[in-house]
Design a protein around this ligand. Structure first.
Ligand code: SF4
Length: 411
């Protein structure tokens, strides 16, 4: 049964409070204190209300829109979103080798074939999905270039979904340098949605990481460790892009109260969530999946209107984050992996697939990702004892119940 916001258990709240330390409920103040004025990501001056503002992406020096397109879907049949986004100045497009089975990159290729003059105006980001070696990264890059019909990619993530900094090898550094020399990529980095704080802190020590994309939203922004990691990258002048900005949960719950509270205040909840993230000036862009003109209009209006959220609205989001923390997996996979048998390290992945299923409505994609887990391992999910992992989880997530649900819904 859905748990109303107001009925969060005291035990769960205290668990979350211990996790977030003294900063719980003061996320915005924490960020303001950390931001300072030194920035690789400062907003540029002219603020046309019909265009989303721009910020500099750290050491890349590139000027990018504060709202960017995440294209996880088939773009071949949905070209209007690129045209419509460009009207708002949304000229940064994030894709990957695997999105929509290649139809995301092929859609960019279709657009560029018809509008070759636009290539110079578009900042393309892609990722070497599931590559384990530098040779595989090279193979992914070549395929992506071919699909998009372009000679170069502006920002290339050599690791898609980094969860362990050990994957940032010297071989990968050499490959990145070579790809830049060959003018196949302009900038290099990675994306991460698991163990993000650890990955970001490691990146801050590597001078060959130009920019990265991390999960970051009104929930994760309350985590002091995440704030330290963002600040470390900011000081190292690494360009920062936020994803999973909506902080969508892994469980289906009734969000009518929070949605109504923002609507009555003039914003949709999506608009409020985007504004909350963009108020952190260390973040150069919020990358949001937008697959319709309506979504672009809604989100671009929020990014372009130049208004800050009121403190009351910020507090509403922070209170909502606390009240629903038991439904949002923060991707700290190391914690639950340590408490599980070695053959079952999939909890954070499965929570993310449930998020795609419930929150994004991307049921086919969620099922397809789930089915990539070896069948024998999947079958064990419903039988495993997750008690130790549940005790270790800082969010109080009912892992066992949700793993069983995943087997039911995604098999
Ligand atoms: S289930 Fe809990 S411990 Fe595991 S990754 Fe999610 S939030 Fe972290």
């Amino acid at each position: 049964m859905t748990k109303p916001d107001t009925q969060i258990s005291r035990k769960l709240f205290l668990k979350m409070a211990a996790y977030a330390g003294v900063a719980l409920g003061t996320g915005s103040a924490l960020i303001q204190a950390a931001c300072g004025k030194k920035s690789g990501s400062e907003e540029t001056a002219d603020q046309d209300p019909t265009k989303v503002p721009r910020r500099v992406l750290g050491k890349t020096g590139a000027s990018i829109p504060v709202l960017s397109h995440g294209i996880m879907y088939n773009l071949v049949e949905n070209q209007i979103v690129i045209h419509n986004g460009l009207k708002w100045g949304i000229d940064m497009i994030d894709t990957s080798h695997i999105y929509a089975g290649g139809n995301s990159e092929l859609g960019i290729g279709k657009f560029l074939a018809k509008n070759p003059e636009k290539r110079k105006d578009i900042f393309i980001v892609s990722k070497a999905s599931k590559a384990r070696t530098a040779a595989e990264v090279e193979e992914r890059l070549q395929t992506s270039l071919q699909r998009m019909g372009t000679d170069y990619i502006d920002l290339y993530y050599g690791v898609h979904a980094l969860s362990d900094p050990a994957a940032l090898t010297d071989d990968l550094r050499k490959w990145a340098e070579s790809a830049k020399k060959r003018k196949l990529i302009k900038h290099f980095g990675f994306s991460t949605h698991q163990n993000m704080a650890k990955c970001l802190k490691a990146a801050a020590k590597l001078d060959w990481i130009d920019a990265l994309m991390t999960s970051y939203n009104f929930r994760l922004m309350q985590d002091p460790e995440m704030q330290e990691a963002i600040e470390a990258c900011h000081k190292a002048n690494i360009g920062l892009i936020a994803m999973k900005v909506m902080g969508v949960k892994s469980r289906e719950e009734d969000d009518a109260t929070i949605i109504k509270s923002f609507t009555s205040n003039g914003y949709t909840d999506s608009q409020a969530k985007i504004k909350y993230v963009l108020d952190d000036k260390r973040i150069a862009s919020a990358c949001v999946t937008m697959n319709s003109v309506e979504q672009i209009t809604e989100n671009a209006n929020a990014a372009a209107d130049g208004k800050k959220l009121s403190r009351a609205d910020e507090e509403r989001l922070e209170q909502y984050a606390r009240a629903t923390c038991g439904s949002y997996c923060t991707g700290c996979a190391e914690i639950c992996d340590r408490a599980l048998p070695a053959a079952a390290p999939y909890v954070a992945d499965v929570m993310r697939y449930l998020m795609y299923y419930h929150g994004y409505g991307e049921r086919a994609m969620a099922r397809s990702l789930f089915r990539e887990i070896p069948a024998g391992t999947r079958r064990r999910f419903a039988r495993l004892d997750y008690t130790d992992a549940e005790k270790a989880c800082p969010r109080g997530i009912p892992i066992g119940e949700m793993m069983s649900q995943a087997v039911r819904l995604l098999s």
